[in-house]
Design a protein around this ligand. Structure first.
Ligand SMILES: [Zn+2]
Length: 443
């Protein structure tokens, strides 16, 4: 008796499993076929744009065909082979006014699929509305929201006064040297006569959107010490290790003095210079590790330094040369600067967020009109392509409309809530229409 019952039970179960999976299959199939802002976002997220081999050509053709479908002009520029810059343009009724530029990058950082709950380029939307993908926050969301906002504005028969451009640039995640740096320095960029730029920002775990008016500037610093090698038992002055350790102590004190300001709540992390040791290289190798009775003749340490926009680079270099790596202690140093420190007029790379900047006032008002709030403007701890645009002297704000969202850029399981994505489109509708209708700024 037990056996037939058991079979029947199994059969019912199998039928249930089959029908459930069929149901899910149908649902996801339908979702695929519908053409909605969410499915278009998912399609863009599925393009494999992660380094080291970002598929720029698929990303560009996808965005281009989307732009054409809503009547937006496009041109593809190439400042480095295989590294396209896609430029979209919605001409304004008064093209002599300075234009607006909305920038985003095409590339993404790599992901480790084994650490993700859904494959990083699957763009799976869970039943609670989370869309999982590498790039969902950084920064494919804004790339698509710009276009969706324009689509909606066009449907509402909105006519911009200022010309609106959208740029999609390569290589931001590897420093932007062959991307935004070349684009911002080009004749093509100058010809756009850009008055104001919006670039990417970051998610906000709170209720207010974050906005960034400057980036910190990274320097990679190596300090090296040389000295007399000697027996491990001997005490003598000026060994390579002793000199390097003295420097590390001084660097450590400098680091603490800045970190204390942050710990005391006087400044944000991004408002002070940070310096962190990233490697130490020394010792005489042996088959089992290091020779323990030899003091080496060379020692080296590497540091990640982040300058605030108002740091005096000459003053810092003097400190490095005189205190951290002085020739008098047989030391030398190398600094790799990874981008500009001042704009073309010699000013710090900062965009004013006060009454002196009319663009800021219009932007802020547009956020309020969309029923949203902005947090106190911040300096970004890391860097974006915004620095290359600021270098030209144009005001640039970093902004990605993601509130009540965990900060997951470059993290495992990067995702964005569908409702957050959709409300971001509305925010850009307000921002784009306000900025493009604003005619008072003379430059
Ligand atoms: Zn980014």
């Amino acid at each position: 008796m037990a056996r037939p019952l058991c079979w029947r039970f199994l059969l019912i179960h199998l039928t249930l499993i089959l029908s459930t999976s069929l149901l899910f299959a149908t649902e996801s199939h339908e979702e695929q076929e519908q053409d909605t802002p969410i499915t278009r976002f998912q399609s863009y997220l599925r393009i494999k744009t992660a380094h080291p081999e970002p598929d720029y050509s698929s990303a560009v053709s996808f965005l281009k065909s989307l732009a054409h479908s809503i009547g937006i002009q496009s041109q593809t520029l190439e400042f480095s082979p295989g590294k396209p810059v896609l430029l979209l343009t919605w001409p304004g009724s008064n093209p002599s006014l300075p234009s607006l530029l909305f920038n985003s990058h095409l590339d993404s950082v790599p992901a480790e699929p084994s650490k993700w709950v859904h494959p990083p380029f699957s763009a799976v939307r869970t039943s609670d509305g989370k869309i999982f993908a590498r790039g969902a926050q950084d920064d494919k969301c804004i790339a698509m929201q710009y276009l969706e906002a324009i689509r909606n504005l066009k449907q509402k028969k909105f006519v911009p006064t200022r010309t609106i451009h959208i740029s999609y640039v390569p290589d931001e995640e590897i420093g932007g040297v062959d991307g935004a740096a070349k684009f911002a320095a080009s004749k093509e960029f100058r010809d756009l006569n850009v008055g104001f730029v919006l670039d990417e920002g970051q998610a906000s775990p709170g209720d207010e959107f974050r906005v960034f008016y400057a980036d910190r500037i990274p320097w990679h610093m190596k300090i090296k010490a040389k000295g007399q090698p000697g027996h491990g038992s001997r005490m003598y002055d000026n060994s390579a290790m002793e000199n390097l350790m003295k420097s590390c102590e001084l660097v450590s004190r400098f680091r603490e003095s800045h970190f204390d300001v942050v710990k005391a709540g006087i400044a944000a992390n991004s408002e002070v210079i940070s310096i962190n040791p990233v490697y130490v290289k020394a010792g005489v190798p042996s088959p089992t590790g290091f020779v323990m009775n030899v003091q080496p003749s060379e020692a080296e340490a590497g540091f990640d330094l982040r300058l605030t926009p108002t740091t005096d680079p000459d003053e810092l270099k003097r400190r490095i040369a005189e205190e951290w790596a002085p020739a008098t202690r047989n030391m030398s140093y190398e600094i790799k600067e990874t981008g500009p420190i001042r704009d073309n007029m010699g000013r710090p790379l900062m965009t004013a967020t006060n009454d002196s900047n009319p663009w800021w006032l219009v932007f802020k008002q547009a956020i309020t009109s969309a029923g949203e709030k902005l947090a106190k403007p911040e300096i970004l701890s890391s860097t974006t392509d915004a620095r290359y645009m600021r270098q030209t002297g144009v005001p640039v704000l970093g902004f990605s409309p993601m509130k009540n969202t965990p900060i997951l850029l470059h993290d495992h399981n990067e995702h964005l809530q569908d409702t957050v994505y959709m409300s971001g489109i509305k925010v850009y509708e307000s921002v784009i229409s306000s900025l493009s209708s604003f005619t008072e700024a003379s430059d």
